[in-house]
Design a protein around this ligand. Structure first.
Ligand code: SF4
Ligand code: SF4
Length: 381
């Protein structure tokens, strides 16, 4: 008999709504598609899923939207989801942008991929009436050799409470199993670990006391997170009258701030200058102006010399590692290189200090390597 899931909570239109907040490269788009298919094929629901993203494959903000409804109710709304029942944040650095939490209201569950769920307490303010969950999806993805998106899928199934792990495995076989059969078992492992390891981020709020775990969506008396983070701003801060000259957008992946560090998935290029022959292949390959060449001397000849990398712009695609003919660039685990020895700020942007003052390899937001470094120094992060 075909399964028909009963949605535990819906809005006034009869829809259960999920919003994914991510950065290009973390797989949120595919994750949204899988959730959409899952609803139709294995849950006996109607579903719609779509995403919005920038022109680049990595680094730009990505939002995914998924709506579920009962099988006998058509989904006629195809606009972005403003008030999600479940908000899924694929990287905790995104929480520095208040618009990410916009529209969260009573009953919204939030899952955050972060290394330290306890830190979330600071972000969400003093009062905790929401069910806020966390997991270290990056670590799980590295350990299982899967991807962050499948780990987050497992966590979502657990928190939503109406998706069984076996259904998620089936959709994974249908989708990823066809595309990447060799890594199917790793992806299924990633889903399972996400399902098992997602946990309530703080215990003194609407989480354990209200028995939210597993069926959090049944709880409707949570106080809105808006009250503590003041993020429900319907008025745009920047309009044509108030935006700085040039209309610079300070979100991830724009031309000036262009902080791509959250896109790195645990790996980054390590530079070994002694091996470098200054061929410039890395510079022509890198899409993000990471390499800093300056006039210098190599083998007695004056030429442009590779002085280092501006990791602030590096999204960790490792294309430069592939093209380097002498292995002067190798793939490294970022957490093992917290000092980033050959970091060099983008020399072009340094000439415009107003644009680049605060930037460093961890820039306006902090990568996991930077946080590790601060913790090792005993600093508060
Ligand atoms: S590709 Fe390798 S050898 Fe060539 S400049 Fe870059 S780091 Fe140096
Ligand atoms: S990994 Fe290499 S090619 Fe990719 S963004 Fe970083 S420096 Fe550029």
């Amino acid at each position: 008999m075909e399964k028909k899931v009963v949605l535990p909570i819906t809005d006034e239109n009869g829809y259960y709504q999920i919003r994914l907040e991510s950065i290009g490269g973390l797989g949120a788009n595919l994750c949204g598609k899988m959730l959409g298919e899952l609803g139709l094929k294995y849950l006996g629901l109607n579903s719609v899923s779509f995403s919005s993203y920038g022109s680049e494959k990595k680094g730009t903000p990505v939002k995914g939207y998924i709506r579920y409804s009962a099988a006998d109710l058509d989904i006629k709304l195809h606009s972005p989801i403003k008030n999600p029942h479940l908000l899924v944040v694929f990287h905790d650095a995104l929480l520095s942008d208040p618009s990410v939490l916009k529209g969260c209201e009573s009953g919204t569950d939030i899952i955050v991929n972060t290394v330290n769920g306890k830190e979330l307490q600071k972000t969400f303010g003093a009062e905790k009436y929401h069910c806020v969950y966390s997991l270290d999806a990056q670590k799980i993805a590295i350990e299982t050799k899967s991807r962050i998106n499948v780990v987050m899928l497992g966590a979502m199934a657990k928190v939503m409470g109406f998706v069984e792990l076996k259904d998620l495995n089936e959709i994974c076989k249908d989708s990823l199993g066809k595309k990447y059969p060799a890594s199917l078992s790793q992806n299924i492992d990633g889903i399972r670990r996400g399902y098992e390891e997602v946990d309530i981020a703080f215990e003194n709020g609407g989480g354990k006391d209200r028995n939210c775990k597993g069926n959090a969506t049944k709880e409707k008396d949570c106080k809105s997170v808006q009250e503590s983070v003041d993020c429900n701003r319907d008025v745009l801060i920047w309009g044509y009258e108030t935006a700085p000259i040039g209309g610079i957008n300070t979100c991830f992946g724009n031309s000036v701030v262009n902080d791509l560090s959250p896109s790195r998935q645990g790996y980054f290029p390590v530079f070994i200058p002694e091996k470098c022959i200054n061929c410039g292949l890395c510079d022509t390959t890198c899409p993000d102006m990471v390499f800093q060449f300056q006039k210098g001397e190599f083998k007695g000849r004056e030429m442009m010399v590779n002085k280092g990398l501006d990791y602030y712009h590096c999204k960790g695609c490792l294309r430069c590692v592939d093209v380097c003919p002498v292995h002067a660039l190798v793939s490294g685990v970022e957490a093992e290189h917290p000092d980033k020895k050959y970091f060099m700020p983008n020399q072009e942007l340094l000439r415009k200090p107003g644009n680049y003052e605060k930037a460093g390899y961890d820039g306006y937001i902090t990568s996991e390597a930077f946080l590790t470094e601060q913790r090792m120094k005993g600093g508060e992060v």
